[in-house]
Design a protein around this ligand. Structure first.
Ligand SMILES: [Zn+2]
Length: 198
């Protein structure tokens, strides 16, 4: 039986209506059960180049290259200086499309077996992000970066503004911080040696 778990970046936060909710996350793993975060079986994850999903609906309004750049930048950021080893493959799919005005700017979906992620998708919603007067490239980068970060087992981080994992802002762009790296190291501790590397 295939199970699906999602996290999203909501449009409410994008227009700043719901900041200051008082939620403090000192740690931010995407918890599966107890203290265990959702995680891949190892630190090497194969990703496919970002493409339009063609799920239906309207034609893309924004320059496609904006999404491609955002996702490629995100892959680079999460790969560099973290425990994740991102290689060409098909486990993680990166999509943009007009998904409708459904409340989310970006969506991360993981398909876990128990707490082990078997495949994942990260999506950017052009139905909102096509509005270039409202959403800058930095904003699109922030969305892509967060949705990719979720697929490694990270939840939101609302206590720091220098990371795309903060879902109350859109201004960090393709930036992650030391806390994100530490969280990944913690989630994947013990799995790295099985990969034969660091
Ligand atoms: Zn999110």
């Amino acid at each position: 039986m295939n199970r699906r778990v999602i996290l999203y970046l909501c449009t409410i936060f994008a227009v700043g209506l719901a900041v200051g909710t008082g939620i403090v996350l000192a740690n931010h793993p995407w918890i599966c059960s107890g203290n265990t975060a959702y995680h891949w079986s190892g630190t090497t994850v194969g990703y496919a180049s970002p493409v339009e999903e063609r799920a239906g609906g309207r034609a893309i309004g924004r320059n496609r290259q904006d999404y491609v750049n955002a996702f490629n930048g995100s892959v680079s950021v999460w790969h560099t200086g973290t425990v994740m080893n991102l290689v060409s493959g098909t486990q993680l799919r990166l999509y943009y499309d007009t998904y409708g005005r459904n409340g989310w700017l970006g969506l991360a979906t993981i398909y876990p077996s128990g707490c082990i992620i078997t495949r994942a998708t990260s999506k950017a919603n052009d139905s909102y992000l096509r509005d270039t007067s409202r959403y800058s490239q930095t904003n699109v980068d922030h969305v892509a970066c967060q949705e990719v970060g979720h697929t490694f087992g990270l939840d939101h981080n609302r206590t720091e503004t220098n990371t795309c994992m903060n879902d109350t802002i859109l201004t960090a762009g393709n930036k992650i911080n030391q806390h994100d790296k530490d969280q990944l190291a913690s989630i994947y501790a013990g799995l790295r040696s099985a990969q034969g590397g660091n």
